[in-house]
Ligand binder design. Structure first.
Ligand code: ZN
Length: 275
């Protein structure tokens, strides 16, 4: 991503400038000092280990580097190739030959059978807390996504949008065919029955409801994450969706929640760690 490149260049720039500053400070000091016998090597070591000479920017960089190192060390023992970490988005389309073990839920919707138990447990717990959760969408074939995508574009064109703008508006929420996470069978769009009955449906404001807060507060205990969180639009490429939850397994979900990551960022981190 561009901002990472910019950040990288800034890091190199400030590092070079920073070193210059440290040496200058050191030599100024050594002029006044009587230790004229000190070798160049020792001087360099002393300069490098002089924490006081770090600029605020360097301190910040050091802190960020240490935090990243800690994050890498804390990663769970998982692999990016694990079935529950399958990444599908507009730039990484699903493999059409992937054979998914789908199961049909009592309401007719399909999900990956490997997440059924935890999903049911989560909803059962929600029900005990007083929230009747209804499933609005789960597994979707690429063909169905194509239909949804096309009809959304037509709807915008019907509202006098240009073809280009209709596509742009559609893609804010609807992934391109093959790029929807619903192709994985690991994603669910859920609402509570009261909200659903108001007809307001899948809109970000669903997060004004107590049921949504409950779902978010308890999701990682059942291996789910909010897949398109607020503030991560640049990473996910999709606007905030308060209703779209994705199964990744408990240990991945806990880690993602702790460090406030998008799935894209988490997978990048796993790759960086060689997992
Ligand atoms: Zn969804």
């Amino acid at each position: 991503m561009n901002y990472k490149k910019i950040a990288g260049s800034l890091l190199i720039l400030t590092t070079i400038t920073g070193c210059g500053l440290i040496e200058e400070t050191f030599y100024n000091t050594s002029d006044e000092s009587s230790k004229s016998e000190t070798s160049i090597d020792n001087q360099s070591i002393a300069a490098d280990s002089s924490v006081e000479a770090l600029t605020p920017e360097e301190e910040q960089q050091l802190k960020e580097k240490e935090e990243r190192q800690m994050m890498l060390e804390e990663l769970p023992n998982v692999a990016v190739s694990d079935w529950n970490l399958l990444l599908v988005n507009n730039s990484q389309l699903i493999d059409p030959n992937l054979d998914l073990p789908l199961t049909i839920l009592p309401n007719g919707y399909m999900i990956d059978e490997r997440i059924e138990q935890e999903y049911e447990n989560w909803l059962k717990k929600a029900s005990e807390a007083g929230f009747e959760i209804v499933l609005v969408s789960s597994y979707r074939s690429v063909d169905l996504q194509q239909k949804n995508y096309d009809s959304s574009i037509q709807r915008y064109i019907g509202q006098n949008y240009t073809q280009e703008d209709a596509v742009k508006e559609t893609e804010k929420y609807i992934a391109i065919p093959g790029g929807s996470e619903h192709h994985t069978g690991l994603a669910v769009d859920i609402l509570d029955s009261e909200w659903s009955e108001t007809g307001q449906g899948l809109i970000p404001e669903y997060d004004t409801q107590a049921s949504q807060h409950w779902l978010v507060d308890n999701m990682t205990d059942y291996g789910f994450i909010l897949r398109f969180p607020k503030g991560k639009e640049a990473e996910t490429g999709i606007n905030y969706e308060s209703w779209h939850f994705r199964y990744v397994g408990i240990e991945n979900a806990k880690y993602i929640e702790k460090y406030d990551l998008s799935l894209e960022e988490y997978i990048e981190l796993l790759k960086e760690a060689g997992k």
